[in-house]
Ligand binder design. Structure first.
Ligand code: RTP
Ligand code: MG
Length: 137
């Protein structure tokens, strides 16, 4: 079942020089391909759309500030079961709970600065791809 998903390499990943490390893990999965990729500092409007589900949560404002704190990389990845697959590569939200071998487990310690976002369902993926790549069909 081929799918597509929206991935963000958060500003901590870019600042720490881990773009290649994280993108490499995605690229090496059999049959997956990157079909869009852009480095940019995310503006408040884009982030409000992306994180609409979290408005009002205590972590919302610090999350928004962090996500706008420097350049991030947005990617669209396509391939077999890629929605579930990239979330499995990432590991759970809290990097301390994430197993070694996962992106968050290998490189993270702070819940907010957990390196990567990946859409949590096919519906979320379609919604998020429109936010970051409005030109993509
Ligand atoms: P994401 O959406 O970024 O892929 O992460 P997720 O599904 O694993 O986590 P979610 O619950 O959607 O939370 C979005 C992001 O908010 C930050 N966060 N901070 N307690 C906290 O301080 C807290 N909880 C969540 C993380 O950056 C998380 O990825
Ligand atoms: Mg989420």
């Amino acid at each position: 079942m081929s799918q597509r998903t929206l991935v963000l390499l958060k500003p901590d990943t870019v600042r720490r020089g881990l773009i290649g490390e994280v993108v490499g893990r995605i690229e090496r999965k059999a049959g997956w391909s990157i079909t869009a990729l852009e480095l940019r500092t995310l503006d408040r409007g884009t982030l409000e759309q992306h994180y609409a589900e979290h408005v009002g949560r205590p972590f919302y404002e610090p999350l928004m500030d962090f996500m706008a704190s420097g350049p991030a990389v947005a990617l669209v990845v396509e391939g077999e079961r890629v929605v579930e697959g990239v979330r499995a590569l990432a590991g759970p939200t809290d990097p301390i709970a994430a197993a070694p071998g996962s992106i968050r487990g290998d490189f993270g310690t702070i819940v907010r600065e957990n390196l990567i976002h990946a859409s949590d369902s096919e519906e979320s993926a379609e919604r998020e791809i429109k936010i970051f790549f409005p030109g993509l069909a």
